[in-house]
Write a protein that binds this ligand. Structure first.
Ligand SMILES: [Zn+2]
Length: 349
């Protein structure tokens, strides 16, 4: 089959790789209907994180189960499934505590599983899914093609934006500021509105992303950053800062922006993958009673909650995909996102 590999910075290739095979009895083979490129895929693409040898890449996909191991009970061949960006059993103590990203038996796409098999990267024609009953969410009934982008966001970005909002404790009537206008930040706007926020401030400098943020429910856009951005947030929130701030970037600057945009007693929900050394200013947090909560989003646990709203069209996170390419053009997908010509690229095998 064909699948995407990263060979080094800026070097993405679609190559022929071995077809996946069932090997544990608890796994499934999924034919990928759609995959996509994540902002975090750009870290190795840009050389920020090293690529020591060519490896499979991609961790977001939806597809149709083609075959399942004999011990798999929930997933049947022919089911349309959503995979979160990691493998989990759904039954260990950490999964039951809602932290399936810390599954005691879990793993990551594009690497060996814990039973001697291989979990394929998502940017390919097929994926062997370990622990299929825990990992995969089954979408009931027939799935229309136009539903695919929205469903694909439940693999990562919509659930991650939701996790930022949940971690920050967003509730009815809140004033929320969102730092970051990538796909996760835009989904965080959706999540904030869905949870009842009435003032939603999207911090964005890009006209197209500002427009999408407004379509998703942002009531205000702040283009300034640093002190000017913080001042603008204060002006929109009665002079005190936002009740909840959703940090969706992961840099020192964005975390600083988020913490300083929160009102005294407010809460920051952070989901940006930390890069560039953000550290918490404990003295400032102490003086202001601002809290910080969040981390890598356990999106598997959010799929069933968010799925009805995606299917009904009550929320439309699929709009974050502004470019669709065939899998064979994965290299161009990375380039388009790296150069910020696209918010998020959907790949079709
Ligand atoms: Zn688990």
């Amino acid at each position: 089959m064909r699948a995407t590999l990263i060979h080094g910075p800026g070097d993405i290739r679609v190559e022929t790789v071995p077809d996946p095979v069932l090997s544990t009895g608890r796994d499934a083979i999924v034919r990928v209907v759609a995959a996509c490129v994540c902002g975090s895929d750009l870290w190795p693409y840009r050389g920020v994180t090293p690529t020591r040898e060519p490896r499979r890449i991609g961790h977001e996909f939806v597809g149709v189960a083609e075959a399942v191991g004999e011990q798999v009970e929930r997933v049947r061949p022919g089911d349309f499934v959503i995979a979160p960006f990691y493998v989990c059993d759904g039954s260990c103590a950490n999964c039951r505590n809602g932290v399936s990203t810390s599954c005691l038996h879990g793993g990551w796409w594009g690497s060996a599983d814990r039973e001697g098999g291989f979990a394929d990267g998502a940017q390919g024609e097929r994926v062997r899914v370990p622990l299929a009953d825990g990992t995969l969410a089954v979408v009931p009934g027939p799935v229309a093609d136009e539903e695919v982008p929205g469903l694909l966001t439940l693999s990562d970005v919509m659930g991650t934006g939701h996790h930022a909002a949940v971690s920050a404790g967003v509730g009815p009537g809140d004033a929320v500021a969102v730092v970051g206008d990538g796909a996760v930040g835009l989904c965080a706007v959706i999540a904030a509105k869905r949870l009842g926020a009435t003032t939603i401030i999207a911090m964005s400098r890009h006209p197209e992303r500002q427009a999408l943020a407004r379509e998703f429910g942002a009531t205000h856009v702040v283009a300034e950053r640093g002190d000017a951005g913080i001042e603008a947030v204060r002006e929109l929130t009665g002079g005190i800062g936002a009740d909840r701030v959703l940090e969706c970037v992961g840099t020192k600057e964005s975390m600083d922006q988020a913490i300083r945009s929160a009102r005294p007693g407010g809460m920051v929900g952070y989901v940006g993958v930390p890069n560039g050394g953000p550290e918490l200013p404990v003295r400032r947090l102490f003086e202001t009673n601002v809290g910080v909560n969040g981390g890598v989003a356990p999106v598997r646990g959010y799929i069933e909650e968010l799925l009805p709203d995606v299917r009904s069209g009550a929320i439309r996170p699929g709009l974050v995909f502004d470019l669709e390419l065939p899998l064979e053009e994965a290299a161009e997908a990375y380039a388009a996102m790296d150069e910020r010509r696209a918010v998020k690229v959907l790949l079709r095998p």
